[in-house]
Design a protein. Structure first.
Lengths: 167, 213
């Protein structure tokens, strides 16, 4: 990775970014659809910042791109070069996605999605749920903890700002 | 002081359908008023009135054939959106031509109402002494990463008329809300193009040499 710049990860709805000239700027996670990244390499700041809103919606729409998008050189024309696609995410997935923007800064942003999708396929959240054994009342010692695993998230398609020509 | 300044300032008018326009120049500021003389609410496209956009040379378009120097506040459609991408550019002036970094914003003008905008001339013409401080006139709908490289203007001679260009929409509901913008697809795309252009010829008292270096 070779990244030497500090990356701050903030969980919340907003945070303040200190610019190199000493001024501050408030950014809201909603600006990026629930999570965002401000890179030092692209902004007048000394550290990278990732902001993830834990309460952001976990399902949202993107403008997915198709082959015509690439052959047109990146023209965004709904129903011709783009279609609306629904994406499911999570707080953990959003964190990985934003880290992808740090790892693949300056590169085509399809790499961010490849990274994101890899974490989607291997990530399985474990949830311990109390399960009542037959013959025992609620609260009795007969409760056992059972592990459940969530289904991996479906892959996210390339969209207008995460594709093989967009940097 | 203000009254004297107003008397000394240049006053002209431009008319475009339901919009009447006046301007005056007070010190470093160009104040432009827009009067909605019609019966429908109008929306003045206003994204580029603020920093960092106001510093962009892309707003300065020269039509060499018609000898026009246009300060164009028309929307650069391929680079505007109803939502931002999650990798934010905060203050870089070049974000004006980056996809996913620029939101549509508008100033509402109710029927029979008037609004003002104030443009700081030293910021708007801040690049006047720099090289390549203006660009060739281009189509705001078809500009893209490839033809953006071809808009460098060679040095020009002669007199040029100074024009300011503004865009007025009547419907913007699909352009200012993330989900609606994405979900409405073709309707959104059509709405982005439905604007009228107002051209305002301006004569500045302040001596700004319109150099094309």
């Amino acid at each position: 990775m070779g990244e030497e710049t500090n990356t701050n990860i903030v969980y919340g709805a907003s945070t303040q970014i200190t610019m190199n000239d000493g001024t501050t700027q408030t950014v809201n996670a909603s600006q990026g659809g629930g999570a965002l990244t401000v890179l030092a390499s692209e902004n007048n700041v000394s550290e990278n910042t990732i902001l993830v809103d834990p309460n952001a919606a976990t399902t949202f729409n993107v403008q997915a791109v198709n082959g015509s998008y690439y052959s047109s050189g990146g023209a965004v024309i709904p129903a011709i070069t783009t279609t609306t696609a629904s994406v499911t995410s999570s707080m953990q997935n959003a964190t990985w996605h934003e880290l992808g923007h740090v790892v693949y800064q300056g590169k085509t942003q399809d790499k961010v999605l490849n990274f994101d999708n890899t974490t989607r396929s291997i990530y399985q959240s474990t949830k311990m749920v109390p399960t009542r054994a037959p013959g025992y009342d609620k609260g009795a010692s007969g409760y056992k903890m059972k592990a459940y695993y969530s289904t991996p998230l479906a892959p996210r398609p390339p969209d207008v700002t995460h594709n093989r020509i967009y940097r | 002081m203000i009254i004297i300044a107003m008397l000394l300032s240049c006053m002209t008018r431009a008319q475009s359908n339901d919009i009447e326009t006046n301007y005056k120049e007070i010190n470093d500021t160009l104040i432009i008023s827009f009067i909605n003389t019609g019966n429908d609410t109008l929306q003045l496209f206003s994204t580029y009135f603020e920093k960092p956009y106001i510093f962009s040379k892309v707003l300065h378009k020269v039509d060499a054939k018609n000898k026009e120097y246009k300060v164009s506040f028309l929307p650069l459609l391929p680079y505007l959106s109803g939502y931002l991408t999650d990798k934010l550019i905060l203050t870089d002036v070049n974000k004006i031509t980056m996809v996913g970094q620029n939101l549509y914003s508008f100033m509402e003008i109710l029927p029979k109402n008037k609004i003002y905008i104030k443009l700081p001339l030293s910021q708007l013409f801040g690049n006047v002494n720099e090289k390549n401080n203006v660009v060739k006139d281009f189509d705001n709908e078809t500009i893209n990463g490839k033809n953006l490289k071809d808009i460098t203007l060679s040095k020009q001679k002669g007199e040029f008329e100074l024009l300011f260009e503004f865009a007025f929409y009547t419907e913007v509901n699909l352009l200012v809300e993330r989900d609606l913008y994405i979900e409405s697809g073709v309707k959104t795309y059509e709405q982005t193009k439905k604007y009228e252009i107002l051209k305002l010829p301006v004569t500045l008292e302040k001596n700004i040499p319109l150099n094309f270096k």
